[in-house]
Design a binder for this molecule. Structure first.
Ligand SMILES: [Zn+2]
Length: 557
């Protein structure tokens, strides 16, 4: 694609990704740095790429935008998308207006691969469906039940269909490669149970437990609402080194205004809340999520949905300890999680619901089967073959290779998926508050006295507090205006003035009364009296934790 030799038609190993990042950063030393946030169990670095023009302002004095990928090992398209963000920002700087403006006025923090150990393991045969984060080999921590294993030695972990008169599955009448559910009252056919390919630890000869709690779901390892009952939650919040490294970084960068955490799959943009209905959210926050989400839907075709309302099948069992809960419900940062790639929609299946684990009928399965056989057959499908299982007897092994079908798009579709989603990241980033000194006037009052008046305004879409949650949780910091007089002195009014929060233009979305509404100010004046003989220099600084720091200088002539 370019002389940088970075490609988005394949999935990179850790070494390939590291080398690509090094080439990109080395080619743009004035715009990017690369550092390690944490070491994985197997000793790999979790890379952080910081992007921004340091010549305009120090990076931590600008609004920050955070992107991460591959907290879940099998979600390889997420790492490609985060890498694409690095690639796009660096190679389009100076060419594309939006990229140039954002790199000049904001800071990007990009973590392309949070879980390098799990990612490495799932990239190679036998393509584990769940890899954790290198603390254990898949299944090593389980006491009983199905341990994923490539028992027929063909290089893939797929599915076992086990003949069983009690079984709930049967072969589809038209296509025996497809397994469909047996109807209520249906008798007289050949029936099966289905399990992932593997062996059974501590088998009692009857039951095959499949889902047991195990470690390594780092997206349940964050502090807010953490619960040991979540599968993979870890021993305690932030027990996993990669999650701990991320959390320390996020806390050390309070300028972060927006976040996108990438996952697969589903082709949807997820927004808060994770734990409560929309009716219990701040209406102002919900409206801004919906409005920014609309921009995402336009750019990606992905609907924007609430995790609680539309992505939680059982509302009595909400997800706890996820990253977004911590970053939004606790810190008030505007956070999205995007589930890339929808195999079914791509195969022409109409979308029905967003978290749909129900068994598919033969028509839907046939469409997906046809698409996979035509486009992803090399790694996505294994023909059923009979096999003598040491514990289950005669079985058949084959079917869909989930990681190379449902979980990740084929290489020829990857770049466009990356591009569309990164374009949404840029628009979300650009919604940040932007605090500026819009007017500085210095009026002589006689006898070396001057009245200094500055107007500090927020030019961004979002308010300087980002969200109502940040105010409720008392984490929103006021905008501060301050003055220094070099070669003179301050004669009246305190050196530092707190201006509170400045509104963003999103406030006009809030459906309050359309008449007589008192809006929050988006700009405020501040005045000082200074004694400043000729040659003195007056510096006014506006400082907003989220909206950046700006200085205006006036020299008395
Ligand atoms: Zn995920």
């Amino acid at each position: 694609m370019t002389d940088l030799d970075v490609h988005f038609d394949r999935y990179y190993t850790y070494a390939e990704m590291t080398a690509a990042l090094e080439r990109l950063v080395a080619a743009h030393p004035n715009l990017a740095t690369m550092s390690s946030l944490a070491k994985s169990f197997e000793g790999r670095d979790v890379w952080l790429i910081e992007i921004g023009n340091k010549e305009t302002r120090p990076l931590d004095e600008k609004p920050g935008y955070y992107i991460d990928g591959q907290i879940h090992a099998e979600e390889h398209a997420t790492s490609a998308t985060a890498l694409y963000a690095v690639f796009h920002l660096l190679t389009q700087y100076g060419k594309d207006e939006e990229v140039t403006r954002l790199v000049d006025t904001q800071t990007f923090y990009i973590l392309p691969r949070i879980n390098p150990d799990g990612a490495e393991l799932s990239l190679v045969s036998p393509y584990y469906n769940w890899c954790g984060n290198g603390r254990f080999m898949p299944g090593a921590d389980r006491i009983e039940g199905l341990i994923p294993e490539d028992i027929d030695g063909d290089g893939f972990i797929v599915w076992m269909r086990v003949p069983d008169p009690k079984g709930e599955w049967k072969k589809d009448a038209n296509n025996p490669d497809i397994m469909v559910q047996r109807a209520p009252g249906e008798e007289g056919g050949q029936y099966f149970r289905m399990y992932p390919e593997g062996t059974i630890r501590n088998y009692n000869g009857v039951n095959v437990p499949v889902e047991k709690p195990f470690d390594g779901n780092m997206n349940r390892n964050f502090p807010t609402n953490w619960s040991h009952q979540e599968y993979g939650a870890g021993e305690h919040p932030l027990s996993e080194p990669e999650a701990f490294g991320m959390a320390k970084f996020i806390l050390a960068h309070p300028n972060i205004c927006g976040m996108c955490a990438y996952h697969t799959h589903g082709g949807i943009i997820l927004r808060p809340s994770m734990t409560k209905p929309d009716s219990a959210m701040s209406a102002r926050d919900m409206n801004l999520y919906k409005e920014i989400g609309k921009v995402g839907t336009e750019l990606t075709g992905y609907p924007t949905v609430s995790i609680y309302e539309e992505f939680t099948p059982d509302k009595s069992v909400v997800r706890r300890g996820g990253l977004m809960d911590w970053t939004y419900e606790e810190m008030g940062i505007i956070s999205f999680g995007t589930e890339l790639w929808d195999l079914e929609r791509t195969a022409g299946v109409p979308k029905e619901g967003y978290y749909n684990l129900y068994p598919r009928n033969s028509e839907i399965q046939q469409k997906v089967y046809d698409y996979v056989k035509a486009n992803m057959a090399e790694k996505g499908w294994r023909d059923w073959k009979s096999f003598d299982h040491p514990q289950l007897g005669k079985v058949e092994i084959g079917g869909m290779v989930n990681i190379w079908t449902y979980r990740n798009p084929p290489g020829n579709l990857l770049e466009e998926i990356c591009r569309q989603n990164v374009l949404f990241n840029l628009k979300h980033a650009a919604a940040a508050p932007q605090v500026k000194i819009e007017d500085l006037s210095v009026t002589p009052m006689g006898a070396d006295l001057y009245k200094v008046r500055a107007v500090v305004g927020n030019f961004g879409y979002l308010p300087t507090n980002l969200s109502d949650v940040a105010i409720t949780n008392k984490v929103a910091k006021p905008v501060v205006a301050s003055i220094t007089v070099e070669g003179g002195e301050l004669a009246m009014n305190p050196e530092k003035v707190e201006l509170g929060n400045l509104a963003g233009r999103n406030e006009r979305l809030y459906p309050w009364s359309p008449w007589g509404q008192q809006w929050t100010a988006n700009a405020k004046p501040v005045e000082w009296l200074v004694r400043a003989p000729a040659g003195a220099t007056i510096t006014v600084t506006s400082k907003s934790e989220k909206g950046g720091t700006q200085r205006a200088v006036h020299t008395i002539s």
